[in-house]
Every structure is written in structure tokens, then in C-alpha cells.
Design a protein around this ligand. Sequence first.
Ligand code: HEC
Length: 706
Amino acid sequence: MNPRCRLISALFLIATVVPLRAADRNWAAYLGDAGATQYSTLNQINLANVARLERVWSFHTGEAAENNRSQIQCNPLVVDGVLYGSSPQVKLYALDAATGRERWRFDPFLAGDETAARGVNRGLTWWQEGSERRILFSAGHYLYAIDPATGQLVESFGQGGRVDLLLDLDRDTTGLALVATTPGVIYRDLIIVPVRVGEGPAPAAPGHIRAYDVRTGKRRWIFHTIPQPGEIGHDTWPADAWQRTGGANNWAGLVIDQERGLAFIPTGSASFDFWGGDRVGANLFANCLIALDAATGERKWHFQFVHHDIWDRDPPSAPVLCDVMRDGRKIAAVAQTLKSGHVWVFDRVTGESLFPWREEPVPPSQLRGEVAWPTQPMPSKPAPFARQLFTEDEVTNRTPAAREAVLRRLREANPHRPWDPPSERGTIVLPGFDGGAEWGGPAVDPRGILYVNSNEMAWLQHMVPTALFAGGIRPLYAQLCVSCHGPKGEGNAAQNIPSLANLGSRLKLDEIVALLRTGRGVMPSFNFVPEASKQALARLVLNPDAEAPADSREAATSSASSATGSPYVTTGYNRFLDPEGYPAIKPPWGTLNAIDLNTGEYLWRRPLGELPELTAAGLPPTGTENYGGPIVTAGGVLFIAATKDEKFRAFSSVTGELLWETSLPAAGYATPSTYEVGGRQFVVIACGGGKIGTKSGDAYVAFALP
Ligand code: HEC
């Protein structure tokens, strides 16, 4: 540590000797607390000693996928010396938090759930009243209640211990896709539950927000995010949208101001993500931050970040609750970071933005049937934490050949403008589909400083007329499979999506049909597709050049577009890379930022992560793409993994200086937790890898001072 930093650190420690809150030894809520602050009052590990941190235990579940596609995105809970976390196969584990020794495990997929897509799990919910204790754990489309002492189901909850979240949506959702990846949040004896639904051109479930009774599993209230006739916002959609449109779901998680009884809930975009010609209008309450009365579900206020979203630019994480000073007055605030690189700060009670903002005109769409909204809201402050424009000046200069190749492709696409709508010619998406900010969420400390890690990658998106996929089952392939596997089944290596070439050498027809029924890892279940169509899809991918097998579904036989309802499909989520696979934009490709929410000014900002081969070649650290968030502590330390280089790092939250780093058994694409057992502070991170071309892992690794 340099002398200046040492002085600052000493002052910081003195300032925090008087704890701002009673020290909490537990990490009893997803992301730390009901306000998702990702902050801990523990300070045994601090600026002066963090460099001495050592690995004290690792626990391996033995479940990493050999094809490197499994992940662990879980931010584990720690309560009274026991750690609860989920595994790559979405099993729930209880470990001794001081030693990593297994106490019990629970496999939600044992009892006849072959058809449930496992998806991923980002965390758990703890509930306690008197001597009653429960873990609420979601896997596939079920919410389970588990006894934390034994790992057994609480049979009195829902149907034999679980609730089917696909039911009780006030609409027929039979066979539609729905998984619950992000844990719910408790308000008294209620749990408000996030869910993920379809975002493609296929029929999708509506994302209405629901609260369930923690004891019985009964639905206690529902808020219609796609409003029904007579409800506010109904007129921002076509009149019948509430019966057929999907999405507008809270997939990112939520926070609750327990004192005021207010839930702050961000919502996703409406389906289909990239063409909204069948949902013309502003589309309330998609892409909003909604403040609801946590007890009743009654709306208090809302703010829409994107009107009529056609970019998949939905808020990617829960917001954070914090206090900020304004004109000498303390204001209870809620702050939301976005994929676009912006952070919005609102008064929790009034819903007013604490920084000026305005509606800015944005370009119209050239796609058939699309009516882009003419303006979008932009905050004046804080400045965005990721670049907003991909001009020729920003093109990589890693090598002259890389620069030439990128310039060529850049000139073929539409010149980049912010809010450029999807197009057939090609649209630059910057910040990319994965932000800016992502699902790891930001941390905030009691001083009102927000810490957010950010991606800084351009992506390149193309829309293709659905009519190009004419013939038999092909329109259904376009509707359901193209966005991941590509128009010709070529896959997408950067997204870990396999090519379907020479499928016959690996899989038999029946095995493909079974896979479509269940889904696997990131691939969703397509069980809602009639059996004969599943067979036809399997035959098509086995034999793509033969005449496409017929589609048995009546709707699909008349014309290509009737299968999707959308005249366009997207060719997928494609990063804009140079010919060697490095980002097409100049570094930094990942950053860590500290923003003072009191003033809207940056305290510091630095690249996050490095690619060893580029550093060896003489480049300054470039930062890497990163997934999973930071935590910050009263010891003045910020911990974050998240990077592609499979490292775990500690920074000074005061100066941004790197204080410690270590290599993990696999990348930690998750948010760490910190806790105390027996007078010793630990920091733990899930190492699941399995994204952006890095290997999968199956470990939780804990660190402490020697
Ligand atoms: C959200 C992205 C996504 C969509 C949509 C999707 N897949 Fe997949 N698919 C994947 C991923 C990821 C895997 C690898 C799964 C694993 O092994 O973890 C996969 C695996 C497969 C495999 C096995 C490949 C192999 O080599 O083992 C087949 C076959 C397949 N998908 C067919 C389809 C078909 C047909 C559709 C459309 C009905 C479809 N997929 C839609 C992501 C997707």
C-alpha cells in the first residue's frame, strides 16, 4: 500500500470504529439484506490486513458439467454458522460455514420432475419467526419450503412442500416456460417472488408479480404488470394484449423497505424482446421500477426506464436502498443501475428522481409493423459508467488487421446512435445486451457510495424476416431455436451454445426429443410444443439439408409468419468481436466504478480483470467481461470475483486500489458473501465458471485471516 493510501485507510478505520449499525455476523438475505445493499458491518478483515487473506476451505459438489456449460450464480446465505448455497445442478446444500463440511443436501428434482428445466439459481430466502425457520428455495418453476435444520420439505407448504409458480397467473399458462432463478424477498409472513418467462416470439407467460404466504404457500396478492381492462396502464397496450402478451416480469429480484412497507420491483421487457409490432404503445408496467405496498400489492408509484422496449434493455438487478444527503436533508432513496450504464436515484416515498432528467427524441424503426416510441428518458447525472457510442475512434487498435476487419463490419451495419432500433442491416448495441450493469447488482455503503462493475462490450444484432424460414417445421425452428443456435445451427461459442452440426454422431432422435421436453442448463424446456412438432424439430436438426419435415400444428402451415406472429426473428445475441475473438471496441472491456450518490460524481473508476496474454504482450490491463457483483464492508474493503481471468480480488473502497488477489478453481460469476463464525470473519464465493468460454466449476471457496 502506498503512503497516501495508508493514511486514507487509517482515517477510514478511525471513522468506522464507531459502527454505523450493530455488526451483523450473518448474511441472512440474498445480497446481504432486504435492501440488497451488498454491504456488511464486519470489519475484522480491513484495509490494513486484507493482503494477508488465506483460503481456509473449499467445498466441491462434484457436479460441474464436463462440457463446461454448468454455472453457479448463487450468493449463499449464512445464518448462525451454517452456509446454504446451491450447486450447478440446482441442488441445495447446507455446509458448516467455518469448515466447509457438508451437513445435508436437498435435490428438488428427485420426485418425478424429469420435465423441469433446472435453469440456474441465484440464491435463497431465509424466513424466521420465533422458533419457526424456513428456507424458501426456487428450482425450475417451483418454490420449495425447506426446514434449515434437516433439509427436509415442510409438507404443509403448498402441495407437499412446494408451490407451482406456473399456476395462479390469472391466465391459462399451460405448457409455457417459467423458471424462478432469483430468490424472493420476505415482508412479514409474505414472500414476493421473482420469475423468468419467455422473451422470444413464441407465446410467453405474463410476468405478474405475486406474494405468497410463507406458511401455507397460498397466493395472497397479485399485481398485473400487463394491466387488465379497467386497471391503470391498460391503455398503453393494444386492448387485447393482457390476454396474449407475455413478459413484463420481475426476473432481476426486488428490495423491500421493511419500515415503510414498500416493495421496489424492477420489471423486464415485454415479449417479444426485439419486435413489438403486436404490442404498440408504451407498454406499462414493462421496464419499470414499481413501488408497491408490500402488504397488499397496491401500486404507489412507478418509473418507466424504457418505453416500448425493443432492445431487451430491462433493469438487470434488484435496486439498492440507501440514504443520500440533499440540501442538508437525509433522503431515503432507491437506486437502480441499468444495462445502459445509467444509474437512477429516486426518493423512495415520492418516486421523484433526485437528479434532473428529460425525455430525449430517439430514432424511428424501419421494421415492418414496428412503432418505436419517439422519446426515451435520460438522467443528467451521474454520468454513465460505460461508453455510449461506438464510433470509428473507438474501434480496437490491438493490431492493424483486427482494426481493419472491425472497421469493415462496422461500416456494413447502421452507424451507431444511442437507442438505434433493431434492423435487418445490423444494429450496434453498446452498452451490450449484458450491460453496462448486469444481474450481480451494485453494492452501496452507508455513506451513499455506490459500487458497480460494468461490461463495456459492443454487440451486433440482426433481424431476419421470418419468411426466410419457410418450409415445414422451419418457421418453428426460427421461432424457438434461432436466437441461440443460429440460422444454420452454427451455435455461438462466446455464449457457450453448441453447434448442431453432425448431431447424428452424438444424439439419437429420441434423445433430442427428450432434451426438448426437459431443457438442460441454459436451454429452456420446449414441452409446450406438441409431441409431433418436437419430433419434426428433432428430425430437422439431425438432417438440416433434407426437405424440412412437416409441422403438424395447423397455425404454422399457412404462412411462415403465422408461426411466430412476428414477421422477424433475431439471429441471436452476438458479441461484436475481432477475428481473434477479442472485443471489437478498444479497452477497457470491464470496469469497477465508485459513484457518490449524494453528488452524482465519481470517486474512482478502474479496469476490472485482465487477459494474461495481452498483459504479457505489453498492453495495460484491459478489464474483462464480468458477471456477478461486488460486496463492500465496514472494513473499507470491496470484494469481487466476476472476471474471466478466474480471480478473486479485494480493493480499497476508498481509493479503488487493488489490495489482494488470488486465483479461483473456476471463475466466480456470482456475488460473494461475508460472515463471522466463532469470532472469525470469512468471505466466500461460488466458483461455477461456465460462461464466456471459461471452464465450469463446482466449488464454494472461503477465505479468512490466518
Ligand atoms: C436459450 C438458448 C437456447 C435455445 C432457445 C435453444 N437451445 Fe438448444 N441448447 C442450448 C444450450 C446452452 C445447449 C447445451 C445444453 C447443455 O448441455 O448444458 C443446447 C443443446 C442443444 C442440443 C444438444 C446439442 C449437443 O451437441 O448435445 C440440441 C439438439 C438442441 N439444443 C436443440 C435445440 C432446438 C431444436 C431448439 C429449439 C426448439 C433449441 N435447442 C433452443 C441453448 C438453447
